[in-house]
Design a protein around this ligand. Structure first.
Ligand code: BES
Ligand code: MN
Ligand code: ZN
Length: 463
């Protein structure tokens, strides 16, 4: 957690500053915008072939060769996060945004666009600074930007530096900032304390499997429990993944990274909730003691589970963690997991599906998602597909034999570990940006946590 520096000036500092205007234009408004420029400047805009495509930047000089202003392609049909381009394209100086639309998200785009993963290689950050537009909540912005950068760093850090023990250390460090309490059940204690599936998945690794349990807030406040898949590396186990599918599997703790980032925001804002974060932190590894296809596992919930494929490990560790979370009947339980390839087949990498049977949670989360430009899409917990999970020898299988509706059946498996009365949402996230976007380089990415924060802060607002 490097100290986080926003590319924005404080309100006090910005009053005294002269700043270059960054003028938002789109293809339609460009002609009119040009009228505000001199003949020479209009010629410059034309000769540069500037057409105000989304994210397109053009620096316009004055007669003396100084920067007069900056044109920036910004339209209502693209996400305001496109401002991320500005974070890296402008020379040293102070800039003022003259954009129309959702300025809170536009400002966030700049902060997120400035992110680089610098643990193993230096990166010289841009020296452009910005005056925050009127009405922007800089504290909210800085909580979001810091949390998202934390999530990205956790995911980008490879497993040799982010195995189960390092993920525990990162959780303890986060807890330390806000005086949260962390309890850890590790190795064979997982068996004594009845987490058989977490133990089975993680026991073949040189870094012992563990369940991280972080608690924060006042006991009398509503209980919000976040559960994150913390598979620090997913080889697939004995059902080993081919090299091309294994290459990115350091990101299989993306669910854990996301819930830790969300927890960071909740604790920084001191939301009136009793927060609990559960992370089963394991490595799905291969060794003589690895769990096998055909094994039948006990689970904390008491359901016996036939193992169809050791590569469907995430739902196993989550099953035990969800069962624990559910025992104290939280007012809300949310889990996040890089759970299935099928979710990506259905909706692609940028649009994570979420699953819940609670209609008010579903509409609240969808509304927050679109208002905040934090994409999420509801998919169904389609009960008839439960038959696909049936086993001939155990209470349930954890996978299905056909390839149909893989993210739905994974969600249905998780639902077996949560009582119907518990308000519960499951998010199947990708946790990775496969092609660079203005607000995010290729690499780890937070998904859905701004929308979830909004949902939680609305639902559990201070009385
Ligand atoms: N971690 C993977 C899912 C995954 C793969 C997410 C690639 C994002 C990108 C998970 O543990 C897994 O391997 N799932 C299998 C399940 C199957 C064996 C039923 C999958 O989706 O193929
Ligand atoms: Mn797997
Ligand atoms: Zn996995």
């Amino acid at each position: 957690m490097a100290p986080y520096k926003l590319p924005f000036l404080t309100a006090a500092k910005s009053r005294a500053k002269k700043a270059v205007s960054v003028i938002g234009v789109d293809a339609r408004s460009l002609a009119q915008a040009k009228e505000g420029f001199s003949a020479a400047q209009r010629k410059w805009i034309n000769s540069n072939g500037y057409t105000a495509k989304p994210g397109e930047v053009l620096i316009v000089p004055d007669e003396k060769g100084d920067i007069a202003s900056v044109l920036f392609g910004f339209g209502s049909d693209v996400t305001p996060l496109n401002t991320g381009t500005l974070a890296n394209r402008l020379p040293k100086g102070c800039y003022r945004l003259e954009l129309e639309g959702d300025l809170q998200t536009a400002a966030l785009g700049i902060a997120l666009g400035a992110y680089r993963f610098t643990r193993y290689r230096e990166h010289k950050p841009s020296e452009a600074v910005f005056i925050p537009p009127d009405g922007v909540d800089l504290e909210q912005l800085s909580r979001e930007a810091e949390a998202i950068s934390f999530v990205r760093d956790l995911i980008n850090t490879p497993t040799n530096d982010m195995g189960p023990s390092e993920l525990e250390a990162a959780t303890r460090k986060l807890a330390g900032r806000s005086k949260a309490v962390v309890r850890v059940t590790r190795g064979d204690d997982l068996l004594k304390k009845n987490f058989p599936m977490i133990h089975a998945v993680g026991r073949a690794s040189g870094s012992a499997p563990r369940l991280l349990d972080m608690q924060w807030g006042r006991a009398k406040d509503p209980k919000v429990t976040l559960v994150g898949k913390g598979v620090c590396f997913d080889t697939g186990g004995l059902n080993i993944k081919p090299g091309s599918s294994m290459a990115l599997m350091k990101k299989d703790m993306g669910g854990a990274a996301n819930v830790l980032g969300l927890a960071m925001m909740i604790m920084a804002a001191k939301l009136p909730v009793r927060l609990r974060v559960l992370v089963p932190a394991v490595e799905n590894s291969i060794s003589g003691n690895a769990f096998r296809p055909g094994d039948i596992l006990q689970s904390r919930k008491g359901i016996t589970v036939e193992i169809g494929n050791t590569d469907a490990e995430g739902r196993l560790v989550l099953g035990d963690a969800l069962a624990l979370g559910d025992e104290e009947k939280p007012q809300l339980m949310v889990d996040m997991a890089t759970l299935t390839g099928a979710a990506r087949v259905a909706l692609g990498p940028d649009l994570p599906p979420f699953f819940t049977d609670d209609e008010s949670l579903a509409s609240g989360l969808s509304a927050a998602s679109s208002a905040l430009h934090d994409p999420l899409w509801r998919m169904p917990l389609w009960k008839p597909y439960n038959t696909m999970l049936s086993s001939k020898v155990a209470d349930t299988n954890h996978i299905t034999s056909g390839g149909f509706a893989g993210s739905v059946t994974a969600a249905l498996f998780l639902q077996k570990f949560v009582e119907p009365a518990t308000p519960w949402i499951h998010l199947d996230v990708f946790g990775w940006m496969p092609t660079a976007k203005p607000w995010c380089p290729v690499g780890g990415e937070a998904q859905g946590i701004r929308a979830l924060y909004q949902l939680i802060s609305e639902r559990f607002a201070r009385a």
